[in-house]
Design a protein around this ligand. Structure first.
Ligand SMILES: Cc1ncc(COP(=O)(O)O)c(C=O)c1O
Length: 369
């Protein structure tokens, strides 16, 4: 008989899986402190600082009428529109409750206690959570000094137990985006039976030359799955809509792991309407990218070593000063994200960014001049 993971645990506590002890819980970005006379800014969760487009809000209202009914489980209208825009088959798409659900489902369909998952680190905090929960061995490959994936080291980490590799482009929290050529070279070193998830949550903000595009990669590689979301550029984080694109065999696997009826009718309608305004969404994403570039340049001008920033956020590698920097921002009514070895600042309204710049300037002259 198989014994449960923690059969050695106390008989008076519920039998939870031992793998729960191997990774920390997900910690969401904090809300800003309320300070008299200062407008608060939440720059801690990589949310879009703009509201959804008015037509999208209208679509939400129009679809908020029938909560007694289950939504379309197949998300047919949304998948049909996505398929046309991406130039792929609807059978190569699945719509989920944000990219987060996909990350869970991808580990469910690839990973267990006999397998290994490789991902860059630091990167998105859900990677240790989902792969750890599945019980697989977590192989965290440190980023290079410049905050980029170390693809050579990731390739060298592959064993015959590897079942899942996650790439994040642009990488949350450090910012650099992967280039098409380096990912294709990497894929030549990955066995065909290893699933490679390319997480492009911030794809629309990337402005660098030759940034990898998962749709092209999937066309050439049956072991690649592209993960995208409406949470970031589409400003719909609260509605929880994401999607995966992959060859049909992978999608069929994912369909067995995702939650039935997860994406509400209102969320599907909003995402569809936002897609219909893709041009405007793109213009706004590029406006945010321009603010990001100015912010990153201003920090570099102060003397900070800021990695290439391609998402809607900028990474300050503060090391042991991270907590002090976060605290100084808190006192300016600005919430930033302290991740231990650095602080991530989401692009928001200029006033909030200016306050962070003032804190950064004071920190730099106090600690590095
Ligand atoms: C890299 C990355 N992937 C996936 C997600 C999950 O996005 P969502 O579940 O909101 O679609 C996030 C959210 O911050 C992220 O940063």
């Amino acid at each position: 008989m198989n014994s449960p993971d923690n059969s050695a645990g106390s008989p008076s506590t519920p039998r939870l899986r031992a793998s729960l002890e191997t990774f920390p819980p997900y910690v969401p970005g904090k809300a800003p402190k309320r300070i008299e006379g200062l407008a608060p800014f939440k720059l801690s969760s990589n949310e879009n600082c703009l509201e959804p487009l008015p037509a999208v809000v209208d679509a939400m209202v129009a679809h908020a009428k029938d909560p007694a009914l289950y939504p379309d489980d197949a998300a047919l209208a949304l998948r049909t529109d996505l398929a046309e825009r991406l130039g792929v088959s609807i059978d190569e798409l699945v719509v989920t409750t944000g990219a987060s659900e996909l990350l869970v489902a991808l580990t469910q369909i690839t990973s267990d206690a006999t397998t290994e998952a490789i991902y860059p680190w630091p990167s998105f905090e859900m990677y240790p959570q989902t792969t750890g929960l599945a019980g697989s061995k977590r192989v965290e490959v440190p980023l290079r000094e410049d905050g980029r994936h170390d693809l050579d080291a990731m390739a060298a980490a592959i064993t015959d137990r590897t079942s899942l590799i996650i790439l994040c482009s642009p990488n949350n929290p450090t910012g650099p985006a992967l280039r098409d050529e380096e990912v294709r070279r990497f894929l030549t070193q990955v066995p065909k039976n290893v699933l490679v998830a390319l997480d492009e949550a911030y794809w629309e903000f990337a402005t660098a030359e030759s940034v990898v595009d998962g749709v092209d990669l999937v066309a050439d590689h049956p072991n690649v799955v592209l993960v995208r979301t409406f949470s970031k550029a589409h400003a719909l984080a609260g509605l929880r809509v994401g999607y995966a694109h992959a060859h049909e065999a992978v999608i069929q696997g994912l369909l067995k792991a995702v939650i039935p009826f997860g994406v509400t009718d209102m969320s599907q309608a909003a995402a569809l309407e936002s897609l219909r305004h893709s041009d405007e969404v793109d213009v706004r994403a590029k406006e945010i990218a321009a603010v990001r570039d100015d912010f990153a340049h201003a920090l570099r001008d102060q003397g900070w070593d800021v990695p290439e920033a391609q998402g809607n956020f900028v990474w300050l590698p503060l090391g042991e000063l991270s907590s002090a920097f976060e605290d100084a921002c808190v006192e300016q009514a600005v919430a930033v994200r302290n991740l231990g070895d650095g602080v991530r600042i989401s692009i928001g309204q200029q006033e909030g960014l200016d306050r962070v710049l003032a804190v950064a300037a004071a920190f730099h002259s106090e600690h590095f001049s």
